[in-house]
Design a protein around this ligand. Sequence first.
Ligand code: ATP
Ligand code: SF4
Ligand code: MG
Length: 344
Amino acid sequence: MSALAATEPRPEPAETPALSIRDLEAYYRVAHFGIRREVRAVDGITLQVGRNEIYGLAGESSSGKSTLVKTIARAIRPPLFHAGGEVVFDFAGPGRVSVYDVPEEAMRRLRWRHLSYIMQASMSVLNPVRRVRQSFDDFAFRHIGGRRDEFWSLVEQHLERLHLSAAVLDAYPHELSGGMRQRVTIALATICRPDFVIADEPTTALDVVVQKGVLGMIREVQQQMRSSVLFVTHDMAVHANLTDRLGIMYAGRLVEEAPTSALFRGPRHPYTRHLVASLPRIGDRSLRVGLEGRPPSLADPPPGCRFHPRCPLAMPVCAQESPPLDHVAPGHRVACHAVAMGKA
Ligand code: ATP
Ligand code: SF4
Ligand code: MG
């Protein structure tokens, strides 16, 4: 070993990610006119989410965002199946234990306390015929336990954090506005101080002003609790305001990933460039050009790069070989032949 090498500072060991998924695959197995087909909605995704990080997932409708987060949360039921790959949370204990290698009972113990998942169209978590108080009782009390009066004062403090008064506890969900219901859902998902929160389009149905308030609160609660968040929305403007890192999905695959600011400053994948270019900018009156064509059917995706039928830079190799997701800069990965060849 050289003298220089001996005195060189040792690189810090990389922090264990809060979530690490590898080669994850999840398919819907469906029958179409009697013919069995697989819809490959999550087709080989590898990514990591750091501790205390908000990781965003973007991509157009049907790109597989919800299927991916359902698979990560192991909240899947037929016709959706886990077809391969692992999902490892650091809170699940030492060693690489995938959520698919533990009994369902162990998984139930991790839910709410360590992992909470706000599903798309999650109003279903609030039972419409029961007062909000009952939902807190059902979901949170059995994890937090202790004295009842202490539990309710904790709930009230937490609601206050989300700018909600204790009066919401005695309301039925339909008596609350959309914004309030969504904040109640977020309060419910975070009251147990989970290590990891998955939120799927939690603000999409809200108007812009309410949405802004709710996003601010998600950030505030995340910072106070130092939890990790996996945040899904197709709305790139929301990602620009909220997330630390961003993964772009196209047709069941991750096509680009970078720190959010880097991705907006310098998107590399042609699809990401389209997403970023179609964001409205103040003072810019130029006509936005839409992306031609439709996303492919995931039951019969095109060979090679799944974006090739719509890509302005497509080359013959794109229809033959699937591009690997490679680093183009530290922390920036892109799956594109043109980028790898220096043509984009
Ligand atoms: P959105 O932005 O509209 O929420 P998404 O990115 O979350 O879309 P998914 O809901 O994960 O997309 O859907 C991914 C693919 O899986 C789509 O092609 C969809 O048609 C298909 N899919 C979803 N649910 C089912 C189901 N129950 N049976 C068969 N295919 C399904
Ligand atoms: Fe376009 Fe080819 Fe890159 Fe796919 S691999 S995004 S088709 S240039
Ligand atoms: Mg979805």
